[in-house]
Design a protein around this ligand. Structure first.
Ligand SMILES: NC(=O)c1ccc[n+]([C@@H]2O[C@H](COP(=O)([O-])OP(=O)(O)OC[C@H]3O[C@@H](n4cnc5c(N)ncnc54)[C@H](O)[C@@H]3O)[C@@H](O)[C@H]2O)c1
Length: 442
């Protein structure tokens, strides 16, 4: 669905009207389609510039033909600011962030990126160290609200020894692929399996549920465009959409209701036929919104069945039945409603918040095989699901975030593609919001 306000204020007349009336003027995001998939630059690096992450950053910048600078220049425009605070253990030392950002924050280009690198707080030697490292998240979330101009700001906690494994995450955060992700705190630990540095999704066996339209269609398109062998699953009623996708992208289609009693067994058989899935994306989902006092039992049950019971059962069956290959990836599509709750969504919010618990447990249970289990929590994404929301609530959902607009299905797909990447094995059991730093549940 198109965002008429965004289009209007970015037109000649609309821009003038908005300026005269003092209305907010969100600018269109620059995604891969507009700005390519590579990382932004040049980069200004502050903090402990000779730490192990500096070498990873230098490699990324060099590979992209961007400069990496240690000295701020008042005349320069930077695509990225990175502050390495990983050795910051004292309140006094944290003032280094103030000095760096006080000087440099106005030098970040529109659509640029800011990343603060830290050490997982619980690994610090004492309470002050843990407090300061945890406190960095406050800096990041506040900066993300201050800078606006479509600049994404992130906290990246890297465990000692996991620096090389953090490359795929740093590359994602510093690229247009993360256009609608901001204010997130992401952890990277040493992975069980190290993916090939240059490996991508080519040839990987990927299952996408709810694939015929909306976010599922965008996920299918993105993985297919990166050379993955995708199985696009949806209910039989969507056969036309599935057929069109299959013809256009050359993906395999599978008409299956994931709540059918034999769905998990059918998928395990399909996985075995293919030598196992590398990636499973639980995207299929439904809403049956009504306040709890008015909700019918069937509305509660159907949401639980599609959003939670079925994908949980499929996950268990695939893991226990050998349906996932080594270094596999499972990504569930949760929701901001699961993080913050939402009026009329007790059923939906339970099913989506449940995935926050599920990924934590599944991640720790399956880590020895290199399998990672993560979730994305989209905020307001422009799809049929959100087009059905009443106008006033829809407008509030769209604007109440640091980007001043709704996201696109491709923003969710890009985030899933990063989590599912063979080199992202250090990211496990996490929930990453794709919400333009929504004010809800922040
Ligand atoms: N659009 C948003 O703003 C938003 C925000 C947060 C989370 N989400 C989540 O993202 C996912 C995709 O949402 P969307 O907006 O693209 O929705 P959508 O309604 O456009 O697509 C959902 C797809 O799931 C399929 N599906 C439903 N029940 C199924 C079943 N039993 N078996 C197989 N497939 C089934 C549908 O046929 C449909 O193709 C959902 O899990 C949704 O909860 C969406």
């Amino acid at each position: 669905m198109s965002d008429r306000y965004l289009n209007f204020v970015n037109s000649g007349v609309g821009g003038w009207v908005a300026g005269a009336l003092g209305l907010p003027r969100p600018a269109p995001l620059q995604r891969r389609a507009e700005a390519g998939a590579g990382i932004v630059g040049p980069c200004l690096l502050g903090g402990s510039g000779d730490g192990p992450m500096a070498a990873v950053l230098a490699g990324l910048m060099e590979a992209s033909g961007h400069g990496l600078h240690a000295e701020w220049s008042p005349d320069a425009r930077y695509g990225a600011l990175v502050f390495d605070a990983s050795d910051c253990a004292r309140v006094q030392a944290a003032k280094g962030l103030y000095g760096f950002f006080h000087q440099a924050v106005r030098s970040v280009a529109e659509h640029g990126r800011i990343v603060v690198i830290g050490t997982p707080p619980e690994l610090m030697a004492d309470a002050e160290g843990e407090a300061v490292q945890r406190g960095l998240e406050g800096v990041v979330r506040s900066l993300a609200k201050e800078v606006r101009r479509n600049i994404g700001v992130h906290m990246l906690y890297v465990a000692p020894g996991a620096e090389a494994a953090a490359e795929s995450t740093l590359a994602f955060l510093l690229s247009p692929r993360s256009a609608y992700v901001s204010g997130q705190s992401i952890r990277v630990a040493a992975p069980v399996e190290t993916g090939e540095p240059g490996a991508g999704h080519t040839g990987r066996k990927v299952l996408v549920t709810g694939a015929s339209r909306g976010i599922g269609e965008a996920i299918t398109c993105l993985f297919a465009s990166e050379g993955a062998q995708v199985t696009a699953l949806d209910v039989a009623a969507t056969a036309d959409g599935l057929c069109a996708l299959s013809e256009e992208l050359g993906v395999d289609s599978l008409a299956l209701d994931i709540t059918a009693s034999d769905a998990a067994a059918t998928l395990l058989a399909d996985a075995r036929k293919r030598g196992g899935y590398d990636v499973v994306i639980h995207n299929a989902g439904i809403t049956r919104d009504r306040t709890v006092a008015r909700m019918e039992p069937a509305e509660w049950d159907s949401v639980m069945a599609v959003n939670l019971s079925a994908p949980l059962a499929i996950t268990q069956t695939l893991i226990e039945g050998g349906g996932m290959r080594r270094n596999g990836r499972i990504v569930a599509v949760s929701s901001l409603s699961g993080v913050a709750g939402n009026m009329g969504q007790t059923n939906y919010a339970l099913s989506k918040a449940a995935w926050i618990g599920a990924v934590r447990r599944l991640a720790s249970q399956s880590a020895s095989s290199g399998l990672t289990v993560n979730a994305v929590a989209p905020g307001f994404i422009e799809t049929r699901m959100t087009a059905a929301i009443p106008f006033a609530i829809r407008e509030a959902g769209r604007r109440m975030n640091s980007m001043g607009q709704g996201g696109s299905p491709v923003d969710v797909a890009e985030t899933i593609a990063w989590l599912a990447h063979p080199a992202s094995g250090g990211v496990n059991g996490q929930v990453v919001r794709v919400c333009g730093q929504s004010l809800l549940g922040a």
